[in-house]
Design a protein around this ligand. Structure first.
Ligand SMILES: [Zn+2]
Length: 183
């Protein structure tokens, strides 16, 4: 299992490099990343984990897919995105995003409702899928990581509220400028 780095670790701001060869190291890395996100017991269990978050710079992440399975995704791309975004949905259909590298913080990120994605699996096989909420957001969040982008960056641009969760699981609005003055 890898250690998940926390903001402001510099790896979170780097651009990950495409995988060009499916070497034994890459296969092992992918499996280990999956084990870090989905351990047999205890924390963490998020919906995704990207290479940068374990201080490696491969274009690989692990993400929860619609079938409820976690997939190892290599060299991901969004090939098409709807112009309709989550803010056009009723309030109750919206959800907050969080991140295993920015623990206990949450925010609404206005992403496209539907995306068509392409990627490779660990065997180098090309796959394509159309994703809808919340899986479209999970995938886009992880792809952002490979480009050094964090969900709090989107909050800065959109002006949407940042929340902090407490030990009881309640959410409290907090100031982005005060909690993340450097973004
Ligand atoms: Zn994240």
């Amino acid at each position: 299992m890898f250690t998940i780095v926390q903001y402001p670790h510099p790896a979170l701001r780097k651009k990950a490099r495409p995988v060009t060869e499916f070497t034994p190291e890459i296969l092992e890395f992918g499996q280990e990343l999956l084990k870090t996100l989905v351990p047999r017991r205890g924390k963490p269990l998020g919906v995704g984990l990207a290479s940068n978050q374990v201080n490696q710079l491969y274009r690989i992440f692990v993400v929860k897919m619609p079938e409820g399975r976690y997939e190892i995704v290599v060299n991901p791309k969004i090939v098409k995105a709807s112009s309709k975004t989550l803010s056009s949905l009723p309030q109750k259909a919206r959800f907050l995003e969080g991140c295993l590298s920015i623990e206990n913080y949450w925010g609404f990120i206005d992403r496209p409702i539907k995306i068509k994605v392409s990627y490779m699996n660990l065997k180098g096989l090309l796959k394509q899928k159309t994703l809808t909420p919340p899986h479209s957001s999970y995938f886009a969040h992880e792809l952002d990581h490979l480009n050094g982008i964090l969900f709090i960056d989107h909050l800065k641009h959109s002006g949407h509220q940042l929340y902090k969760s407490d030990t009881k699981g309640d959410f409290h609005p907090v100031s982005l400028a005060e909690h993340f003055p450097k973004i």
